[in-house]
Design a protein around this ligand. Sequence first.
Ligand SMILES: Cc1cc2nc3c(=O)[nH]c(=O)nc-3n(C[C@H](O)[C@H](O)[C@H](O)COP(=O)(O)OP(=O)(O)OC[C@H]3O[C@@H](n4cnc5c(N)ncnc54)[C@H](O)[C@@H]3O)c2cc1C
Length: 335
Amino acid sequence: MLPVRIVGNGLAAHVLAQTLLRKNIEVEVFGIDLPGSASQAAWGLLNPVHLKTRSLTYGANQFERSLEFYQWAETHLGQTFLKQVRLRHYYRDAQDAKDWMQAWQEILHHHVALQSDYVEVLRAGSVSIPTFIEASVRELKKWGMHRPEPVMESEMLASSKEQWVVWAHGHWAAKSTLFGWVPLRPSAGVQVEWELRDSSFQPLVQHRGYFYGQDPVNPQIYRLGSTYSWSLEAGYQAEAEKELMHAMADYSGLQSDGNLHFRLGYRPASGDRKPILGPHPLFKNHLIFNGLGSKGLLMAPVMAELTADICVHSTHDIPPELDVRRFYKRYKPSP
Ligand SMILES: Cc1cc2nc3c(=O)[nH]c(=O)nc-3n(C[C@H](O)[C@H](O)[C@H](O)COP(=O)(O)OP(=O)(O)OC[C@H]3O[C@@H](n4cnc5c(N)ncnc54)[C@H](O)[C@@H]3O)c2cc1C
């Protein structure tokens, strides 16, 4: 089998590369870091509970499987990037506490514990996605499998038909000729980081809808985020920075030395909010691996397993809600 070619340098590309290598399948990863990469801006929460709606998130049933992947990757790559964390939401008022009690009784009793003034998610993780990617790149370089270069579609289309090419290029897919017909609806997000000397790990807290806590690898780095907007306007970052500064000023438990670093990224979300996987209608050896949205950490490992199955067995046994074929009617071959 020819090495699987992977386009992208984000979470999707590297979870896939490591999953394939784990199965002794060779890869070639073609990718650079373009500004706006979701993986470089992500908070990095692996959380099965949607705190806003007091329900399980899409992909919550993949939590244990995903955790196993990141634990395996830490051992295999010899790099720490995951920390299992306690995640707290302080009740806003008596009604909020009552609603949490109801959610606990109805569906969340295995997932959260109720305390007198907050609810705590029992199983959650925090992953430094950039550290995972750096470790994956290091390993790929060692085996000569990393090509840090911008990719032109025409070059990849010249690949042998016997070779799988997986396009894991995030929101850039929306502008591509090959997969531009797939409905992606990226959302912009900004988070802010700063450094403090105090490095004893504290529980992660949800404050006004933002998460506040420490980096899993370097606990001296504190962060708050992320904002969420459909605006793709250039001015959005300034607006988001103001929003985050406002939230920081309003949080009495938060300390910072004012030396703030903001990061902007675009979540590659699909029109129907579900990931997207499968072959191009015409170029069948070209697969798309996209639409991870804000559930990248939960969904990337299961998507990577499904992709490995396609590459090894040429099976097209993809759950319908993830299958790119749900969008085939939008595809119009160029004349
Ligand atoms: C602010 C923010 C907070 C988030 N928080 C969380 C969170 O807490 N938990 C969670 O699970 N998810 C979170 N997410 C979502 C998560 O980051 C994404 O689901 C995931 O990172 C998507 O990975 P990706 O590889 O598909 O896309 P990206 O990370 O965008 O990667 C695409 C890559 O392809 C490369 N590329 C594109 N075109 C080319 C080309 N032609 N040639 C070479 N390289 C190319 C880009 O440079 C980039 O490296 C967050 C996202 C944002 C923006």
